[in-house]
Design a protein around this ligand. Sequence first.
Ligand SMILES: C[S@@+](CC[C@H](N)C(=O)[O-])C[C@H]1O[C@@H](n2cnc3c(N)ncnc32)[C@H](O)[C@@H]1O
Length: 262
Amino acid sequence: MSGFESDWLSLREPADRRARDRDLLTMAADHASTARGAVVDLGCGTGSTFRALDGLLAEGTPWIFVDDDAALLARAQALQAPSARARVRLHPADLAALDDGLFDTAAMVTASALFDLVSQRFIDAFADRMASRGLAVYAALTVDGRIAWDSPHPLDGEIVEAFTADQRRDKGFGPGLGGDAAARLDEAFLARGYTVRSAPSDWTLGADDLALQEAFHAGLAGPAGAAMGGKVGDWLRHRADAARAGARVRVGHRDMLALPPV
Ligand SMILES: C[S@@+](CC[C@H](N)C(=O)[O-])C[C@H]1O[C@@H](n2cnc3c(N)ncnc32)[C@H](O)[C@@H]1O
């Protein structure tokens, strides 16, 4: 059980869908359709990358969903159209200890909202593994540390600082890269001779995203909670009032498509 709630993933999926860079999504689909084989989705959650990408792929493309959270995998399966279930294999596993055979039938490896959790060591080993098999990687919605509010508050800096420190904790992969992960991914694949294209995929959350703004701000304030006590409640109230009044928050993410050397 990873601690990522199915409700949180459902809440963020429409914003993720809007934010994904359209050109990279299409290029990833073209590559996977030409390479033929399975799409292996690492840290699949309930299958949001499948829902964003599958319609652009060659018909019948097989998928392998990998996650260590059995409840999320079960939800991913429940959300599948019965016709898709036959070509989606669920693979419960810890990404930190994957069997190399998982990639035997792969045409491309995907992930979304995953790499901020991992360490530099994980990225290096992952890039080595992908390069040894000449596999393309489409990694979407990696947070890059930028957060900008229309309506600033004096505690913003302190809250973000506590959150950033928490991102560096070990989440099972070694010290977390947090907002540095997107740049490190680009560097790792460039260093292995890949053609790397990356683009911003920021969330811009406004009055139509009140529930997501509320959940995002609660998650952001969580690590500051113990140290700042009641001040966090004031900050959350300010954020909720501002959101209802139409203020937006922009949350930086990046998408990357790394294509292997030919
Ligand atoms: C932020 S969620 C993203 C889920 C999905 N890709 C999406 O975009 O909605 C991160 C996912 O990584 C999975 N995860 C985290 N650590 C993992 C590990 N060590 N092994 C396998 N899956 C892991 C979580 O269970 C969760 O589904």
